[in-house]
Design a protein. Sequence first.
Lengths: 792, 144
Amino acid sequence: MDELLQEFISETQETLEALAGEVVAWEADPADSDRLDAIFRFFHTVKGSCGFLNLPRFERLSHAAEDVLADIRAGKRKPDPATVSAVLGIMDRIGELAEAVALGAALPSENDDFLIAALTGIEPVAEAEPSAEVESAAVAVSRSAGPQSGPRTIRLPLSLIDQLMNGVSDMVLARNELARKLRERPADPELDTSFDRLSSCVADMRDVISKTRMQRIDRLFAAIPRMVRDLGRDLGKRIDLSLEGGDVEMDREMVEMVVDPLTHIVRNAVDHGIEPPDRRRALGKPEAGRLQLQARQSGNQIVIEISDDGAGIDTARLVEKAIAAGRLTPEAAARLDPQERAELIFLPGLTTAKAVTAVSGRGVGMDVVRANIERIGGLIALDNMPGQGLRITLRVPLTLTIIPGLILRAGGLHFAIPRAAVVEILHDTNDTLHMAEIGGAKIATIRSVRHSMIDLEDVLGIEKSGQSGPRAVMIVRSASGVPFAMGVAAVENHEELVIRPASPLIMATGVYAGMTLPDNGKPMLLLDAAGLANAARLPNIEDHAVAAADGDAETREGLEMVAALRFQALTGERRLLQLSLIERVEDIDARLFGCSGGRSFVRLDGRLVPVVGDPGVQTPDKVAALRLRDGAREACFPVAAVLDIVQMPAVPDMVAMQGLVSGVSVIEGEHLEVINPFALFAALPDEPVAERSRGRCLLADSDDGWTREILAPLLRQAGHDVILGLPADAVDPRDVVLCSAADTAQAAEMFGCRVVQLRASQRPAGPADTSIYRYDQDALMQALSGSRAGRG
Amino acid sequence: MDHLYLLATLAGTSIAIETAEVEAVVKLADISPVPGAAAHVAGLSALRSRVLTIIDAAALIRGIPTATAAPCFAVIAEIAGHSYGVMVDGVSDICRADGGALPLRGQLDPAWAPYARGIVEREGRPYLLVSLAGFIEGPLAQAA
């Protein structure tokens, strides 16, 4: 019986959660009988189960609601807002009761009569129906409810899933150990094959298991419609809510972390953003305000956008308040651009609410929202259009537990650091880096920006081990704080790290954020950038380009200036590139550069990134490279040397669009070419470079010597993926089959992929002959690319 | 009611630990140090896919960290959601003590005072009853 009760409670709670949105949608469109049916079905199920489980209060409540809904279904009553509220009230009470039962507490003793009276008190148009008729209607519903769509699911305790995940991790470690042992023995191909199969099974399994942690964002959205409706009613506003992307999945823990910030933002939008209907009418906007929530996945981030068409942030008042609160001097306020003004909303204790309402403006403000989002490694961005609305974008990592990290070595030990915290990595032999020591304090100057410098070994109190090569200096920035330079023995690797919480004894040190167990089975600690800065008691002084901008702005008044990076191109010229485009500067091993299909790329972090800029010139060892990003796409721009950061006019002094260059600017008496970022990104291939982006070349006549010895190497050199013979498994529609015999061509066409037929003679056999002379390289290459583009 | 006790040696003293607290006893092969942590945190060690925080309990008692060169025994316990291993010199037996825990008699070394809970007697020999949680929470509680 207990088990049945447990099942009933959790099922009821889950359905309630999902149903809250349905009720609101139904109120908006009373003609929607599907939704009415769903709600009716819920009450009917509850009523049926509690009769069986002997829960009389549930039964009475659900019975009353069912009666009213049956009337509405029969057209005897209209679903006015009062009725909907009463139904929602009953649903809430059922939820409370369910919770009380689940906790084994005494049932709350409020009088249910009040709720039921609220429901039935609004007298129906017709007389109350005899219950027999209601029963028959109910039966009809439950029959029609038969084929419920959606995947079949079962309920599992979380601990079981965790156990499963641990089991799989153990398996991976055992496999790694086995792999190590196998490497020590003489090679045995047969054993290796079975081991490879085992490896891929284990890897697949790990992927699948990690998916069990994922949850649809629907769950995050479930409570929103109800909240918006209730708020809208309280405030007398009409809101048209749309939710998109509920099927995006994110880590279960992450969903929990985002609930509060999201709720707060939505409340703000309804309370402060969207104006009352009469005011909206006066402004010429539709009476109903639009509130849109959109979720989508972008790389390893989830992007949640909350946009409304309300008043936006009143930046003038925000500035006023900030000045009044002593947060800002009037002079500083005058220098802020509109974006910076809007971002004042993140200052603690500031709100634009004129009065504290029941809904928001109670001091828990956007500062807390931002802190919460940043704590989980996310970002929050504002797009304020005064009078037109506000769009808030939340970017949060897909999962809390797996992050990209850099592995570094210091004092003979290995540590990990989140890659997001690292801005730049240099060797201490780099010319752009200048290190000085005064009174024990270390200062690193990189391209005339000064950073406090620490050595990781000193902060952690470990011995520096002697080393032959140069040390690495990384510029580290925590989510909130000033970047600083950190010296380590070496940066060794980057890896996707599974982060686990460390025990309190370890967290007490303040410099670690967690721990991880890499494949070698030796535990490793994850460094906390902010904690390190604290532990080293670094002063919070920012020697930033912004500070430099102040000085420069005065000398060249009237001109809009932007920060730019001065560098020496591989071809020797000194050039400028807008700084905001550069994600970071990195020394990249020259061996990682390559060329495929006529395009240059570089292998970074396990994927291929296109290379832009001056091609060809390769240096033997390390290449300094700018990592660029235009928001969605990224590119790598190798340069000879990075010089410094300067202020350049937003429009070049002399505009001369040519190739990658957009013009020439004079900086400190030197003529410098300005790189046109538009041309840089326009030159990128449309699709991301992938190692198998363009299908394979299948050579049908694999026995033929010419095909094997001449054709195959030619295609391989041109960057194609070549397979000898027709594969036994399915042929990809992007594949191209090359053959010489006409009947093979016909047979190959049956595969559904494109065929290029080659002939040995120089002249075509007839006008209908579409084959290509086999030594006509241009035609052949054109056919390969053309057949892909043309018939694709 | 009879209790089962794990009998071990720690910092040269015979101790008893309630088996309900103990998950396993393992021989640690490899400990990665945690620079910056308190002296009694010997480091981290992996037990299959779990990461254990290894506590050098002898360092708490004697005030001198134990040299962790040789493979050593650790008593594994899960405390407040984290896995710990408490290093001991050796483990001798698991036994039932008829009388259960007896009150402490005599003057206890102040170093042991925060951790000793009582005495367990077996075959006429006394064992100091300690709680593993005491080694992990004890220093924290004292600091607070």
